[in-house]
Write a protein that binds this ligand. Structure first.
Ligand code: FES
Ligand code: FES
Length: 159
């Protein structure tokens, strides 16, 4: 017997409720139930980081988070929720300026990881270092890493 349960949380500024088993991963809830397809399915096992989104401001892999772990005041932000009323987020502008994307599949996750890194460095009142950039684990099969690194440094300066 499949037991469904209601799960309420916030996504990109709005409260949502889904009726689904506790152990369904957040990535599939976002993509298949809520039709928020910016977070991409790459590996499904928290390795490739294509699904990177923010949970309460931290970069996370929604493919590794059971929806039952979410609470009503938890805030999920995907690439769809990043732009503000004035247009693209500064990190998205940097991505455009540096013409980063090739096939584009990994790029929503890359941008979300970059924004979380830039915010963390700013909160610690320090510059982003090469070690920070080396620590990003998002896989890009097209090999856009050099442009990603340049865009992160540029985007962070404008945040
Ligand atoms: S799909 Fe989530 S880390 Fe690969
Ligand atoms: S742009 Fe193709 S996988 Fe990164």
């Amino acid at each position: 017997m499949i037991l469904l349960a209601e799960h309420t949380f916030r996504v990109n500024g709005r409260q949502v409720t889904v009726d689904v088993e506790d152990d369904v991963r957040l990535l599939w809830v976002l993509r298949d139930l809520l039709r928020i397809t910016g977070p991409k399915y790459g590996c499904g096992i928290d390795v490739c980081k294509a699904c990177t989104s923010h949970l309460n401001g931290e970069a996370v892999s929604p493919c590794a988070i059971p929806v039952g772990a979410l609470r009503p005041d938890d805030e999920v932000v995907t690439i769809e929720g990043l732009a503000g009323p004035d247009g693209p987020h500064p990190m998205q502008r940097a991505w455009i300026d540096h013409d980063v994307a090739q096939c584009g599949y990994c790029q929503p996750g890359q941008v979300m990881a970059a924004v979380a890194l830039a915010r963390r460095a700013a909160a610690e009142q320090r510059e982003i270092t090469d070690a920070d950039l080396d620590g990003l684990r998002n896989v890009c099969r097209c090999g856009t890493y050099n442009r990603i690194r340049a865009a992160i440094m540029d985007g962070a300066r404008h945040m």
